[in-house]
Design a binder for this molecule. Structure first.
Ligand SMILES: [Zn+2]
Ligand SMILES: [Zn+2]
Length: 204
């Protein structure tokens, strides 16, 4: 299955190639950091669902490829050791969350995935089957199967993928990091603490 990746204005594009929907984890993360990122981009209305959740597809970096507009990818973090969060400078579309160059993990944010590029039956799987996580930060009436934190089963699955990724180098090819130096392809900007406090004050 091949899904097109595309920012809102179309200047940044890529491809996600997976065997099936189960070739990753479809989650909706309601944590305050993901909410903060959406507000930082000024795109909370487009990104967050009614519970303040960000729909994300977690997979490995070798399955995604940026095919144009690499120079428009920006990287921020909420703290020096926090997740490296990517977005496009052209239209502030969120791209995904990563950890580091050799950590075989990327959480692609649905806004960057062009779901019109696949069949409707496939599209419905992404839209209808999600693990609702971090409900402690959620707003309104949460879906019945929401986990208050990040579920242990998923954490173990991700750890297994990352370990497998270390052995089989599924973190490369990598569109977002220079594998030799370990640096993000765009300089990392740490959002100042006072700016984060101001943003979080708006929604929590
Ligand atoms: Zn754009
Ligand atoms: Zn989150």
């Amino acid at each position: 299955m091949q899904l097109k990746l595309k920012c809102e204005c179309g200047q940044v594009q890529g491809l996600l190639t997976i065997k099936s929907f189960s070739d990753g984890n479809n989650i909706t993360c309601m944590c305050d950091d993901c909410q903060c990122f959406a507000h930082y981009l000024g795109k909370e209305d487009q990104i967050l669902n009614k519970n303040g959740g960000t729909p994300i597809f977690q997979t490995t970096p070798n399955k995604m490829k940026i095919t144009q507009g690499n120079e428009k990818l920006n990287c921020v973090a909420l703290s020096p050791k926090g997740a490296k969060r990517w977005f496009t400078s052209c239209c502030r579309t969120p791209v995904g969350n990563t950890v580091s160059a050799k950590m075989s993990f990327i959480g692609l944010i649905h806004n960057f995935i062009d779901f019109n590029s696949i069949e409707e039956s496939e599209r419905l799987q992404f839209k209808n089957f999600s693990n609702h996580c971090m409900g402690n930060f959620g707003r309104g009436e949460l879906p019945k199967n929401t986990s208050p934190k990040f579920p242990l089963g998923l954490t173990l699955k991700i750890m297994k993928t990352i370990l497998h990724g270390k052995l089989f180098k599924t973190y490369q090819p990598n569109s977002l990091f220079n594998i030799e130096t370990g640096d993000p392809i765009s300089p990392l900007h740490i959002i100042p603490k006072d700016e984060i406090a101001k943003i979080k004050g708006k929604f929590s």
